[in-house]
Design a binder for this molecule. Sequence first.
Ligand SMILES: Cc1ncc(COP(=O)(O)O)c(C=O)c1O
Length: 380
Amino acid sequence: MKQFLAIDTARLRTGHGVKWGSLPPDTIGAWVADMDFGIPPAVRRRLIDVVSQEDLGYPFWRGEDPLITAFQERMSNRYGWAPAEGRTRVFTDLIQVLQVMIEAATAPGDGVAIHVPTYPPFLATIARSGRRIVPVSFTDPGPALRQSRMLVLVNPQNPTGHVFTRDELTTLASAADSLGLVVLADEIHADLTYAPFEHIPFGSLLPSRTITATSATKAFNLASIRCAVAHIGPDDVKARLDAAPLDYFGQPSILGRVATLAAWQESDAWLADLMSCLTTNRDTVVKWADTTLGPDACRLPHATYLAWLRSPLAANDIERRAHVKLSDGNEFSEHTSIDTSSFVRLNFATSPGNLQDILTRLDDVLANGTTETLTCADKY
Ligand SMILES: Cc1ncc(COP(=O)(O)O)c(C=O)c1O
Protein backbone atom coordinates (compact mmCIF):
# COMPACT_ATOMS: atom_id res chain seq x y z
CA MET A 1 0.00 0.00 0.00
CA LYS A 2 2.89 2.29 0.95
CA GLN A 3 3.88 2.85 -2.67
CA PHE A 4 0.57 4.65 -3.29
CA LEU A 5 0.67 6.95 -0.27
CA ALA A 6 3.46 9.23 -1.48
CA ILE A 7 4.70 10.33 -4.89
CA ASP A 8 8.11 11.53 -5.99
CA THR A 9 7.42 14.83 -7.73
CA ALA A 10 11.14 15.44 -8.38
CA ARG A 11 11.28 12.16 -10.33
CA LEU A 12 8.09 13.05 -12.21
CA ARG A 13 9.23 16.57 -13.11
CA THR A 14 12.69 15.53 -14.32
CA GLY A 15 11.63 12.39 -16.18
CA HIS A 16 10.46 12.00 -19.76
CA GLY A 17 6.74 11.77 -18.97
CA VAL A 18 4.60 14.48 -20.52
CA LYS A 19 2.19 14.67 -17.56
CA TRP A 20 4.63 16.55 -15.32
CA GLY A 21 7.72 17.00 -17.51
CA SER A 22 5.97 19.45 -19.82
CA LEU A 23 4.74 21.74 -17.04
CA PRO A 24 6.22 24.77 -15.27
CA PRO A 25 7.64 23.89 -11.81
CA ASP A 26 4.74 25.48 -9.91
CA THR A 27 2.04 23.51 -11.76
CA ILE A 28 0.61 20.14 -10.73
CA GLY A 29 -0.20 17.67 -13.50
CA ALA A 30 -3.62 16.04 -13.22
CA TRP A 31 -4.41 15.65 -16.89
CA VAL A 32 -3.11 12.91 -19.27
CA ALA A 33 -4.05 9.34 -18.25
CA ASP A 34 -0.79 8.29 -16.56
CA MET A 35 -0.52 7.57 -12.85
CA ASP A 36 1.92 9.37 -10.55
CA PHE A 37 2.89 6.05 -8.96
CA GLY A 38 5.71 3.71 -9.89
CA ILE A 39 5.30 0.35 -11.61
CA PRO A 40 4.67 -3.14 -10.22
CA PRO A 41 7.86 -4.71 -8.77
CA ALA A 42 7.60 -7.74 -11.07
CA VAL A 43 7.53 -5.48 -14.15
CA ARG A 44 10.57 -3.61 -12.87
CA ARG A 45 12.45 -6.88 -12.25
CA ARG A 46 11.65 -8.34 -15.67
CA LEU A 47 12.65 -5.14 -17.46
CA ILE A 48 15.93 -4.96 -15.52
CA ASP A 49 16.63 -8.62 -16.42
CA VAL A 50 16.18 -7.88 -20.12
CA VAL A 51 18.42 -4.83 -19.96
CA SER A 52 21.07 -6.65 -17.86
CA GLN A 53 21.15 -9.42 -20.43
CA GLU A 54 21.30 -6.83 -23.22
CA ASP A 55 18.49 -8.78 -24.79
CA LEU A 56 17.23 -6.10 -27.13
CA GLY A 57 17.19 -7.69 -30.56
CA TYR A 58 14.15 -8.40 -32.70
CA PRO A 59 11.66 -10.45 -30.65
CA PHE A 60 11.43 -14.22 -31.06
CA TRP A 61 9.62 -16.94 -29.14
CA ARG A 62 9.18 -20.67 -29.65
CA GLY A 63 5.66 -21.90 -30.25
CA GLU A 64 2.60 -19.85 -29.31
CA ASP A 65 3.24 -16.16 -28.59
CA PRO A 66 3.29 -15.94 -24.75
CA LEU A 67 1.56 -12.57 -24.87
CA ILE A 68 -1.42 -14.07 -26.63
CA THR A 69 -1.60 -16.94 -24.17
CA ALA A 70 -1.41 -14.45 -21.28
CA PHE A 71 -4.25 -12.37 -22.77
CA GLN A 72 -6.44 -15.43 -23.25
CA GLU A 73 -5.78 -16.66 -19.72
CA ARG A 74 -6.49 -13.24 -18.22
CA MET A 75 -9.80 -12.87 -20.06
CA SER A 76 -10.85 -16.32 -19.00
CA ASN A 77 -9.68 -16.17 -15.35
CA ARG A 78 -10.74 -12.62 -14.58
CA TYR A 79 -13.77 -12.08 -16.81
CA GLY A 80 -15.07 -15.55 -17.62
CA TRP A 81 -14.65 -15.03 -21.37
CA ALA A 82 -12.64 -17.56 -23.36
CA PRO A 83 -11.49 -15.78 -26.54
CA ALA A 84 -11.49 -18.09 -29.57
CA GLU A 85 -8.04 -19.44 -30.43
CA GLY A 86 -6.03 -18.13 -33.37
CA ARG A 87 -7.71 -14.72 -33.53
CA THR A 88 -5.47 -12.50 -31.38
CA ARG A 89 -2.78 -10.23 -32.79
CA VAL A 90 -0.18 -8.09 -31.05
CA PHE A 91 -0.09 -4.36 -31.82
CA THR A 92 1.90 -1.43 -30.49
CA ASP A 93 -1.05 0.52 -29.10
CA LEU A 94 -4.80 1.03 -29.16
CA ILE A 95 -4.69 3.94 -31.57
CA GLN A 96 -2.94 1.70 -34.06
CA VAL A 97 -5.63 -0.95 -33.53
CA LEU A 98 -8.34 1.63 -34.25
CA GLN A 99 -6.56 2.82 -37.40
CA VAL A 100 -6.09 -0.70 -38.73
CA MET A 101 -9.66 -1.78 -37.90
CA ILE A 102 -11.26 1.30 -39.46
CA GLU A 103 -9.39 0.53 -42.65
CA ALA A 104 -10.22 -3.18 -42.57
CA ALA A 105 -13.90 -2.91 -41.59
CA THR A 106 -15.22 0.31 -43.13
CA ALA A 107 -14.96 2.44 -46.28
CA PRO A 108 -14.51 6.20 -46.65
CA GLY A 109 -17.80 7.95 -45.89
CA ASP A 110 -19.06 5.18 -43.58
CA GLY A 111 -20.40 6.13 -40.16
CA VAL A 112 -18.38 5.15 -37.09
CA ALA A 113 -20.53 5.35 -33.96
CA ILE A 114 -18.93 6.30 -30.65
CA HIS A 115 -20.24 7.55 -27.29
CA VAL A 116 -19.28 11.21 -26.85
CA PRO A 117 -17.56 12.59 -24.77
CA THR A 118 -14.71 10.21 -25.57
CA TYR A 119 -10.95 9.79 -25.69
CA PRO A 120 -9.90 12.65 -28.05
CA PRO A 121 -7.38 10.79 -30.27
CA PHE A 122 -10.19 8.40 -31.28
CA LEU A 123 -12.26 11.29 -32.61
CA ALA A 124 -9.24 12.66 -34.47
CA THR A 125 -8.44 9.22 -35.92
CA ILE A 126 -11.98 8.65 -37.21
CA ALA A 127 -12.15 12.17 -38.67
CA ARG A 128 -8.76 11.84 -40.38
CA SER A 129 -9.71 8.50 -41.91
CA GLY A 130 -12.52 10.14 -43.89
CA ARG A 131 -15.22 8.24 -42.00
CA ARG A 132 -18.13 10.05 -40.32
CA ILE A 133 -18.19 10.32 -36.52
CA VAL A 134 -21.69 9.42 -35.36
CA PRO A 135 -22.10 10.28 -31.65
CA VAL A 136 -24.04 7.57 -29.82
CA SER A 137 -26.45 8.50 -27.07
CA PHE A 138 -25.78 6.73 -23.77
CA THR A 139 -29.51 6.23 -23.31
CA ASP A 140 -30.84 5.74 -26.86
CA PRO A 141 -28.16 4.21 -29.11
CA GLY A 142 -30.47 3.02 -31.90
CA PRO A 143 -30.56 6.13 -34.14
CA ALA A 144 -26.75 6.45 -34.24
CA LEU A 145 -26.18 2.76 -34.83
CA ARG A 146 -28.56 2.79 -37.79
CA GLN A 147 -26.34 5.38 -39.51
CA SER A 148 -23.13 3.46 -38.92
CA ARG A 149 -21.01 0.61 -40.17
CA MET A 150 -18.92 0.28 -37.03
CA LEU A 151 -19.37 0.93 -33.29
CA VAL A 152 -16.35 1.91 -31.22
CA LEU A 153 -17.38 0.93 -27.71
CA VAL A 154 -15.04 2.29 -25.05
CA ASN A 155 -15.95 0.27 -21.96
CA PRO A 156 -15.13 1.26 -19.26
CA GLN A 157 -15.68 4.67 -20.74
CA ASN A 158 -13.18 7.52 -20.81
CA PRO A 159 -13.77 10.26 -19.57
CA THR A 160 -16.97 9.44 -17.63
CA GLY A 161 -15.75 6.22 -15.99
CA HIS A 162 -19.05 4.60 -16.92
CA VAL A 163 -19.09 0.80 -16.92
CA PHE A 164 -21.81 -0.41 -19.24
CA THR A 165 -24.28 -2.72 -17.54
CA ARG A 166 -25.24 -6.10 -18.90
CA ASP A 167 -28.58 -4.63 -20.04
CA GLU A 168 -26.90 -1.74 -21.85
CA LEU A 169 -24.42 -4.11 -23.50
CA THR A 170 -27.15 -6.54 -24.51
CA THR A 171 -29.09 -3.71 -26.17
CA LEU A 172 -25.96 -2.62 -28.06
CA ALA A 173 -25.14 -6.21 -29.03
CA SER A 174 -28.56 -6.99 -30.40
CA ALA A 175 -28.68 -3.71 -32.39
CA ALA A 176 -25.15 -4.29 -33.73
CA ASP A 177 -26.07 -7.82 -34.71
CA SER A 178 -29.28 -6.96 -36.51
CA LEU A 179 -27.62 -4.01 -38.31
CA GLY A 180 -24.52 -6.02 -39.28
CA LEU A 181 -22.05 -3.71 -37.51
CA VAL A 182 -18.49 -4.46 -36.54
CA VAL A 183 -17.84 -3.49 -32.90
CA LEU A 184 -14.41 -2.39 -31.77
CA ALA A 185 -14.50 -2.83 -27.98
CA ASP A 186 -11.73 -0.81 -26.33
CA GLU A 187 -11.44 -2.43 -22.89
CA ILE A 188 -8.13 -0.88 -21.86
CA HIS A 189 -9.59 0.38 -18.52
CA ALA A 190 -11.29 -2.92 -17.59
CA ASP A 191 -8.85 -3.87 -14.83
CA LEU A 192 -9.60 -0.51 -13.16
CA THR A 193 -13.26 -1.33 -12.45
CA TYR A 194 -14.40 -0.63 -8.87
CA ALA A 195 -16.50 -3.15 -6.93
CA PRO A 196 -19.43 -3.68 -7.07
CA PHE A 197 -19.40 -2.71 -10.76
CA GLU A 198 -18.56 -5.52 -13.13
CA HIS A 199 -16.71 -5.44 -16.40
CA ILE A 200 -18.33 -7.65 -19.03
CA PRO A 201 -16.25 -8.21 -22.17
CA PHE A 202 -18.35 -7.31 -25.21
CA GLY A 203 -16.70 -10.21 -27.05
CA SER A 204 -18.50 -12.58 -24.69
CA LEU A 205 -21.87 -11.25 -25.91
CA LEU A 206 -21.32 -10.91 -29.65
CA PRO A 207 -18.16 -12.85 -30.54
CA SER A 208 -18.60 -12.96 -34.31
CA ARG A 209 -18.85 -9.17 -34.68
CA THR A 210 -16.46 -7.95 -31.97
CA ILE A 211 -12.85 -6.87 -32.08
CA THR A 212 -11.58 -6.61 -28.50
CA ALA A 213 -8.61 -4.33 -27.92
CA THR A 214 -6.72 -4.00 -24.67
CA SER A 215 -3.32 -3.59 -23.07
CA ALA A 216 -1.69 -3.56 -19.65
CA THR A 217 -0.63 0.05 -19.98
CA LYS A 218 -3.47 1.80 -18.08
CA ALA A 219 -3.94 -0.47 -15.08
CA PHE A 220 -0.21 -1.09 -14.56
CA ASN A 221 1.08 2.40 -15.41
CA LEU A 222 3.13 1.46 -18.46
CA ALA A 223 2.03 3.89 -21.19
CA SER A 224 5.55 4.14 -22.62
CA ILE A 225 6.03 0.44 -23.23
CA ARG A 226 3.78 0.43 -26.33
CA CYS A 227 2.28 -3.03 -26.43
CA ALA A 228 -1.36 -4.02 -27.02
CA VAL A 229 -3.45 -6.94 -28.26
CA ALA A 230 -6.58 -7.24 -30.35
CA HIS A 231 -8.84 -10.26 -30.63
CA ILE A 232 -10.58 -10.28 -34.00
CA GLY A 233 -13.99 -11.96 -34.05
CA PRO A 234 -15.34 -11.04 -37.51
CA ASP A 235 -14.18 -13.52 -40.18
CA ASP A 236 -13.97 -10.95 -42.98
CA VAL A 237 -11.83 -8.54 -40.92
CA LYS A 238 -9.59 -11.41 -39.83
CA ALA A 239 -9.15 -12.55 -43.45
CA ARG A 240 -8.20 -9.02 -44.52
CA LEU A 241 -5.62 -8.72 -41.75
CA ASP A 242 -4.25 -12.21 -42.41
CA ALA A 243 -3.59 -11.12 -45.99
CA ALA A 244 -1.69 -7.97 -44.94
CA PRO A 245 2.12 -8.01 -44.68
CA LEU A 246 3.47 -8.34 -41.11
CA ASP A 247 5.26 -4.98 -41.21
CA TYR A 248 1.86 -3.29 -41.59
CA PHE A 249 1.19 -4.03 -37.91
CA GLY A 250 4.35 -2.61 -36.34
CA GLN A 251 6.36 -4.68 -33.89
CA PRO A 252 6.18 -4.16 -30.11
CA SER A 253 9.60 -4.46 -28.48
CA ILE A 254 10.87 -7.19 -26.18
CA LEU A 255 10.61 -4.64 -23.35
CA GLY A 256 6.93 -4.04 -24.06
CA ARG A 257 6.17 -7.73 -24.25
CA VAL A 258 8.09 -8.66 -21.10
CA ALA A 259 6.50 -5.81 -19.14
CA THR A 260 3.01 -6.81 -20.27
CA LEU A 261 3.58 -10.44 -19.31
CA ALA A 262 4.87 -9.45 -15.87
CA ALA A 263 1.88 -7.15 -15.38
CA TRP A 264 -0.76 -9.63 -16.41
CA GLN A 265 0.79 -12.71 -14.81
CA GLU A 266 2.59 -11.46 -11.70
CA SER A 267 1.14 -8.13 -10.58
CA ASP A 268 -2.43 -8.64 -9.43
CA ALA A 269 -1.55 -8.05 -5.74
CA TRP A 270 -0.10 -4.66 -6.75
CA LEU A 271 -3.28 -3.96 -8.72
CA ALA A 272 -5.47 -4.79 -5.72
CA ASP A 273 -3.52 -2.32 -3.54
CA LEU A 274 -3.74 0.29 -6.28
CA MET A 275 -7.51 -0.13 -6.48
CA SER A 276 -7.89 0.37 -2.78
CA CYS A 277 -5.97 3.68 -2.96
CA LEU A 278 -7.90 4.77 -6.07
CA THR A 279 -11.21 3.98 -4.39
CA THR A 280 -10.37 6.34 -1.53
CA ASN A 281 -9.23 9.04 -3.98
CA ARG A 282 -12.32 8.63 -6.11
CA ASP A 283 -14.59 9.05 -3.11
CA THR A 284 -12.62 12.12 -1.99
CA VAL A 285 -13.04 13.73 -5.43
CA VAL A 286 -16.75 12.98 -5.70
CA LYS A 287 -17.42 14.32 -2.23
CA TRP A 288 -15.32 17.43 -2.94
CA ALA A 289 -17.12 18.02 -6.27
CA ASP A 290 -20.45 17.72 -4.56
CA THR A 291 -19.52 20.44 -2.08
CA THR A 292 -17.54 22.78 -4.32
CA LEU A 293 -19.19 22.36 -7.72
CA GLY A 294 -22.66 21.35 -6.65
CA PRO A 295 -24.73 18.17 -6.65
CA ASP A 296 -24.34 16.04 -9.78
CA ALA A 297 -21.25 17.96 -10.97
CA CYS A 298 -19.45 14.61 -10.97
CA ARG A 299 -21.00 11.20 -11.43
CA LEU A 300 -19.32 8.45 -9.48
CA PRO A 301 -16.76 6.82 -11.83
CA HIS A 302 -17.46 3.08 -11.97
CA ALA A 303 -13.92 2.53 -13.26
CA THR A 304 -10.76 4.46 -14.22
CA TYR A 305 -8.88 7.11 -12.24
CA LEU A 306 -10.56 9.89 -14.15
CA ALA A 307 -13.31 12.22 -12.93
CA TRP A 308 -15.44 14.10 -15.45
CA LEU A 309 -16.45 17.32 -13.76
CA ARG A 310 -18.81 20.13 -14.65
CA SER A 311 -16.82 23.24 -13.96
CA PRO A 312 -17.56 26.95 -14.05
CA LEU A 313 -14.01 27.52 -15.35
CA ALA A 314 -12.32 25.96 -18.38
CA ALA A 315 -9.13 23.92 -17.95
CA ASN A 316 -6.95 26.73 -19.34
CA ASP A 317 -8.31 29.23 -16.84
CA ILE A 318 -7.87 26.74 -14.01
CA GLU A 319 -4.27 26.14 -15.02
CA ARG A 320 -3.55 29.85 -15.21
CA ARG A 321 -5.19 30.67 -11.90
CA ALA A 322 -4.77 27.53 -9.77
CA HIS A 323 -1.60 26.05 -11.35
CA VAL A 324 -3.24 22.67 -11.79
CA LYS A 325 -3.37 21.18 -15.27
CA LEU A 326 -6.60 19.30 -15.99
CA SER A 327 -7.83 18.03 -19.37
CA ASP A 328 -10.02 20.41 -21.30
CA GLY A 329 -13.62 19.19 -21.73
CA ASN A 330 -13.81 20.56 -25.27
CA GLU A 331 -11.31 18.04 -26.54
CA PHE A 332 -13.59 15.11 -25.72
CA SER A 333 -16.16 16.14 -28.33
CA GLU A 334 -13.92 17.58 -31.04
CA HIS A 335 -15.11 17.03 -34.63
CA THR A 336 -18.72 16.72 -33.41
CA SER A 337 -21.49 19.23 -32.69
CA ILE A 338 -21.71 18.13 -29.05
CA ASP A 339 -20.74 20.78 -26.51
CA THR A 340 -18.59 19.56 -23.62
CA SER A 341 -16.94 22.91 -22.95
CA SER A 342 -18.44 23.07 -19.44
CA PHE A 343 -16.43 20.05 -18.35
CA VAL A 344 -12.91 19.26 -17.27
CA ARG A 345 -11.32 15.87 -16.59
CA LEU A 346 -9.33 15.35 -13.41
CA ASN A 347 -6.86 12.47 -13.08
CA PHE A 348 -6.86 11.33 -9.45
CA ALA A 349 -4.17 8.62 -9.73
CA THR A 350 -1.89 10.32 -7.27
CA SER A 351 -1.08 10.27 -3.56
CA PRO A 352 -3.83 11.35 -1.15
CA GLY A 353 -1.60 14.29 -0.13
CA ASN A 354 -1.11 15.54 -3.67
CA LEU A 355 -4.80 15.05 -4.38
CA GLN A 356 -5.61 17.22 -1.37
CA ASP A 357 -3.19 19.85 -2.69
CA ILE A 358 -4.95 19.77 -6.08
CA LEU A 359 -8.41 20.11 -4.54
CA THR A 360 -7.31 22.97 -2.26
CA ARG A 361 -5.89 24.82 -5.25
CA LEU A 362 -9.10 24.20 -7.20
CA ASP A 363 -11.20 25.35 -4.25
CA ASP A 364 -9.41 28.68 -4.26
CA VAL A 365 -10.49 29.46 -7.83
CA LEU A 366 -13.67 27.45 -8.27
CA ALA A 367 -15.40 28.50 -5.08
CA ASN A 368 -15.43 32.02 -6.59
CA GLY A 369 -16.42 30.90 -10.10
CA THR A 370 -19.90 31.40 -11.50
CA THR A 371 -22.18 28.41 -11.84
CA GLU A 372 -23.92 28.56 -15.16
CA THR A 373 -26.61 26.40 -16.58
CA LEU A 374 -24.56 23.74 -18.22
CA THR A 375 -25.43 22.11 -21.47
CA CYS A 376 -24.16 18.76 -22.52
CA ALA A 377 -25.87 16.30 -24.76
CA ASP A 378 -27.36 13.30 -23.06
CA LYS A 379 -26.96 12.23 -19.48
CA TYR A 380 -23.26 13.10 -19.34
C1 LIG B 1 -10.06 4.61 -23.75
C2 LIG B 1 -8.62 4.69 -24.15
N1 LIG B 1 -8.19 4.00 -25.21
C3 LIG B 1 -6.90 4.06 -25.61
C4 LIG B 1 -5.99 4.81 -24.91
C5 LIG B 1 -4.58 4.90 -25.38
O1 LIG B 1 -4.05 3.67 -25.58
P1 LIG B 1 -2.66 3.54 -26.32
O2 LIG B 1 -1.66 4.34 -25.53
O3 LIG B 1 -2.43 2.08 -26.28
O4 LIG B 1 -2.88 4.08 -27.71
C6 LIG B 1 -6.39 5.54 -23.79
C7 LIG B 1 -5.42 6.36 -23.06
O5 LIG B 1 -5.74 7.08 -22.16
C8 LIG B 1 -7.73 5.47 -23.40
O6 LIG B 1 -8.19 6.13 -22.33
